[in-house]
Design a protein around this ligand. Structure first.
Ligand SMILES: [Zn+2]
Length: 152
């Protein structure tokens, strides 16, 4: 069992742990529940990484101007290059709004990661999980999952 696992929930649930958990505060590095804490971070699922709010425009520019997540919140976030601001449904995102909506994203992203593991097990393709870890910022953990299994 791994409690408060944060970004390590995915590799831990992939191999060796029966149960993992993470608080929202740990996933988005917001210990003040959005109160006077600015914008905090963003859980970048593809990289299994929490990035700074100020790094998001660059991530979006490398992803056709979109956040790399299909959740309903992320699909409505855009970057206004003239005003140099992130916008939600066409208006500047204020920190309280960001902190509330970001948690919808966190739930979506963590659920998606767990579904990846479930699908890989059902399809007997655990290499997909291993590859996701390998492509992430947690790539040093890829050895957690053995490359080859004995069939018996
Ligand atoms: Zn999202």
């Amino acid at each position: 069992m791994l409690l408060e696992g944060s970004l390590q929930c995915f590799p831990s649930a992939s191999y060796g742990f029966d149960l993992v958990s993470s608080s929202m505060r740990l996933l988005d590095k917001d210990s003040a529940y959005g109160e006077n804490a600015g914008y905090g971070g963003y859980f970048y699922e593809d990289k299994l990484l929490n990035v700074k709010y100020t790094d998001i425009p660059e991530i979006m520019s490398n992803n056709d101007g979109r956040l790399p997540c299909p959740c309903s919140f992320c699909r409505n976030v855009t970057y206004d290059t003239l005003k140099k601001e992130l916008q939600y449904n066409g208006t500047k995102i204020i920190s309280e709004e960001w902190n509330n909506h970001r948690r919808e994203h966190n739930r979506f992203a963590m659920n998606d990661l767990m579904e990846i593991i479930s699908r890989a097990i059902n399809e007997k393709q655990i290499e997909f999980v291993r590859q996701k870890i390998k492509d992430s910022e947690l790539s040093n953990l890829k050895r957690l999952i053995p490359q080859h299994y004995d069939s018996d």
